[in-house]
Design a protein around this ligand. Structure first.
Ligand code: PEP
Ligand code: MN
Length: 353
């Protein structure tokens, strides 16, 4: 049985969709030849945004995956979105399943899949839901675990947003980090293809995942990407994908070097001392805000003073370069400070209402 924790990084690759026997098998053979790919992926049932688009070949594509296994030795993985998919795929000996982002968003579907998997011992990877909801992601994992699925893993494929952005699905790395903190035992894979939506930033996202201690990557590859029936813009030809993968640096999780340990301890000491200073000062700043709350209460003045707050923000942002802190970071920090000041003042103004 495939063990998804047996290798790090574990590389899962293959086309977005299995389209024809030739396209599927040739892609698999080229990927396998490189020795860089551990699991072959292909979409057999495709959840498409609009009707009338290519929705996958379905059951007739499953024998192609059997052929891939036979001719390359690679284990094969597909997306399942309901109990019928699970049953059909199991009958063909598919080695691993993943649950797609749209399906993770729907607890009824996840529950149905979990129940169909009772007593089945193959790995199941859960993609994050479309929306930025870590609870829902975690909930899907819990449903599968409750039905006895033992080899569980996660796939970070970014979150959909409104309007144009550099990415098809914004990575929001902090949410991947949050789920890693909650489920530290679960391996997590990054899917740069669906984050990017094009091939331009695949390396950058793959490298970021490597540096954030992901267990591996899932990347789409197609024998003739420009002719792909789904997700044509984000797929790389096998050789291009392999070249990209070879450039990704997977660094060590730690180092035994004494000099490294020594410098690290020293620098972490500096960080701890600075954190003390920062938070002592923040505490004092909040006390000052509370004092302002007291005089606002005495003079019956409301809390929010937008003009003053805009001045505070402008004054700090003007120092962005000198401080070596990005405007983006300063904005997030100032907003958090402002919200907490408002809460403190709210408690004072309304304490006995
Ligand atoms: C896919 O992996 O091809 C896919 C449909 O992905 P997602 O569920 O992340 O959109
Ligand atoms: Mn795809």
């Amino acid at each position: 049985m495939l063990d998804i924790k047996s290798k790090k990084p574990l590389i899962i690759s293959g086309p977005c969709s299995a389209e024809t026997a030739e396209q599927t098998i040739q892609t698999a053979q080229q990927l396998a030849q490189s020795g860089m790919v551990d699991v072959f992926r292909a979409g057999v049932w495709k959840p498409r945004t609009k009707p009338g688009m290519f929705e996958g070949v379905g059951i007739p594509a499953l024998p192609w995956l059997v052929e891939v296994k036979k001719s390359t030795g690679l284990p094969v993985a597909i997306e399942v979105a309901n109990a019928k998919h699970v049953e059909s795929a199991l009958a063909f000996g598919i080695d691993m399943f993943w649950i797609g982002a749209r399906t993770t968003s729907n607890p009824f579907s996840v529950q149905e899949i979990a129940e169909a998997l009772k007593g089945v011992d193959i790995p199941v990877l859960v993609k994050n839901p479309m929306n930025a909801d870590v609870e829902l992601w975690n909930g899907a994992v819990e449903r599968l675990a409750k039905c006895g699925v033992k080899q569980l893993g996660l796939i970070h494929r970014g979150f959909s947003g409104y309007g144009s952005s550099q990415y098809r699905n914004t990575p929001m790395w902090h949410l991947a980090i949050e789920i890693m903190k909650r489920l530290p035992e679960l391996p997590i894979f990054c899917d740069p293809s669906h984050i990017c939506g094009n091939t331009e930033h695949l390396f950058e996202i793959s490298q970021r995942a490597a540096d954030l201690n992901f267990n591996g990557l899932m990347l789409e590859s197609h024998i003739t990407p420009q002719k792909a029936w789904s997700d044509a813009r984000q797929q790389l030809a096998p050789q291009d994908l392999i070249n990209m993968l070879r450039a990704v640096v997977w660094r060590a999780e730690g180092s035994d070097s004494v000099a490294y340990q020594h410098s690290l301890d020293e620098l972490r000491g500096v960080i701890d001392r600075l954190d003390n200073e920062i938070f002592n000062l923040l505490g004092k700043r909040m006390e000052a805000a509370e004092n302002i709350g007291r005089i606002k209460r005495e003079n019956n003045v409301m809390i929010l003073q937008t003009n003053r707050w805009n001045q505070v923000v402008e004054r700090v942002l003007a120092r962005s370069e000198e401080l070596g802190l990005s405007r983006e970071f300063l904005n997030v920090l100032l907003e958090a400070i402002h919200l907490e000041s408002i809460n403190k003042q709210n408690n004072i103004l309304n304490q006995d209402l």
